[in-house]
Design a protein around this ligand. Structure first.
Ligand code: HEM
Length: 429
């Protein structure tokens, strides 16, 4: 039960007294589910964590508690402005978490205004065209993969690292096309967002993102197209250019890293799970199921949906302090034994990978994600049905970071294959 009182006392424990798990360490990245289990010990639904050295937060581990918090924006507003003053101006968490005039980092009427603008700017995205674009980009990347792969003469196979050479360029190219961003500006954004997600070079990252987006908006003012950026400029008249930039930052930060991690996690799953192997003689589940399973069992944004209570709040018998981040562990909540039981998820899509409540991921963004992920994976395995992980499954390394669940690299061994025919460019958006 979530209640709010003006002072600590009667009946509540302080979260400060429990041991604090460091979410930024390599040890956590290697075995996050063991850490969630430890935090859950004794029936805890919440756990104290650190997002970076000396930066405390609370992690929500229970599915029902998370759903209540995510649907209670009055007590759990997403606005970090008071909290971020405690970080100092150069803190590496700032590019990822700081306040911006966008839906993700605002509450109340401000949030509604920005969310409405995003819905308007993205509503006309044609999911069939996203599918066609993804196939075209996938095929052209696949045709170049063997040129950059390492040939292993002993086994007669090529080894290619799919995150750097396939998934990342694919996701960026498709998103750039849907946003209406030319390749040169897109390249600059790609480098800057990669640094933002790694939490490095705060000032330089913000400056590079801003300068690339200023150029993009100027282009769309002058030469509008049928794309998200043009619609933000020409159909969201109530927004300033600064606000339009902030919406584009949300679209890029939400549209790259999680989608890339989802594809990488799903490919790793398919390469290591006997049900998906090419030499499996039983029914092989479709790629859609593998993607949905990954969203439910191992979501790409593991811990996020930050909120910052304005007063101390009593949740499940624990006092959460004011102006300290509360993060939902989508990974822990989706695998919460209290709701999953022995059988895991069925196809009911009630996992929290896309959030819940007023800040939940937009329907159109979920649709785009699934088209991109399914087609990227399907095209790869159509081209290379005998693909194998090039290292033992337990040697796949994980990128440390409090928010994502991201393999560092997925090296795949594939045989030579003749080039595929690249489908023509779609005429729809
Ligand atoms: C695997 C892919 C994706 C995942 C796992 C994902 C997950 C999420 C989650 C968990 C939230 C809620 C955040 C919060 O409550 O603080 C969210 C919000 C959002 N997502 Fe996604 N997302 C994905 C793809 C995308 C894409 C492709 C776009 C846009 C092109 C997008 C746009 C947004 C926006 C604009 C919001 C903010 C909504 C608001 O605050 O009102 N997402 N997403």
């Amino acid at each position: 039960m979530v209640t709010q009182q003006s002072r600590l006392g009667r009946g509540g424990r302080s979260i400060e007294k429990l041991p604090r798990t460091k979410l930024y360490t390599l040890a956590f990245a290697i075995a996050p589910y063991a850490a969630y289990e430890r935090m859950r010990g004794g029936g805890n639904t919440l756990a104290p964590v650190e997002l970076a050295p000396g930066v405390p937060a609370t992690l929500v581990l229970s599915y029902p508690t998370a759903v209540r918090i995510l649907n209670d924006p009055e007590r759990f507003p997403a606005d970090p402005r008071v909290w971020q003053k405690s970080l100092g101006e150069e803190h590496p968490l700032l590019p990822m978490l700081q306040w911006r005039p966008n839906a993700l980092r605002c509450a109340g009427k401000e949030h509604t205004r920005y969310r409405d603008a995003l819905i308007q700017a993205t509503a006309a995205v044609d999911l069939h065209a996203v599918r066609d674009r993804t196939i075209r980009v996938a095929v052209s990347l696949i045709n170049r993969l063997l040129e950059i792969a390492d040939y292993r003469e002993t086994v007669g196979l090529y080894v290619v690292e799919v995150i750097d050479h396939y998934i990342t360029p694919l996701v960026f190219t498709v998103l750039n096309e849907v946003v209406g961003c030319p390749p040169d500006i897109g390249q600059r954004l790609r480098r800057a967002f990669a640094a933002m997600f790694e939490g490095i070079d705060t000032e330089e990252v913000n400056a590079e993102v801003a300068s690339a987006l200023v150029e993009l908006l100027a282009l769309k003012h002058a030469v509008p197209g049928e794309d998200i950026a043009s619609r933000l400029v020409h159909q969201c008249g109530g927004l300033s250019d600064e606000e339009r930039m902030a919406q584009l930052v949300t679209i890029y930060s939400a549209g790259i890293e999680p989608v890339r991690n989802l594809i990488a996690n799903t490919m790793r799953r398919m390469l290591t799970d006997a049900r998906y192997r090419h030499d499996n003689h039983n029914f092989t589940p479709p790629v859609e199921d593998a993607v949905e399973e990954t969203l439910a069992d191992d979501p790409p944004m593991a811990n996020l949906c930050n909120s910052y209570p304005r007063q101390p709040v009593l949740v499940d018998g624990v006092w959460l302090p004011a102006h300290q981040p509360v993060l939902v562990s989508m990974a822990a909540c989706n695998t919460d034994p209290a709701i999953v039981g022995d059988k895991g998820w069925t196809d009911n899509k009630s996992h929290l990978a896309f959030g819940s409540g007023p800040h939940a991921c937009l329907d159109i963004a979920r649709g785009m994600t699934k088209q991109i992920a399914v087609q990227a994976i399907a095209q790869f395995f159509d081209a290379f049905p005998e693909a194998e992980l090039a290292i033992p499954a337990h040697e796949v390394a994980w990128r440390p970071g409090p928010f994502h669940r991201a393999p560092a690299a997925v090296p795949v061994a594939v045989p030579s294959t003749p080039p595929l025919i690249i489908p023509p460019a779609p005429i729809r958006r």
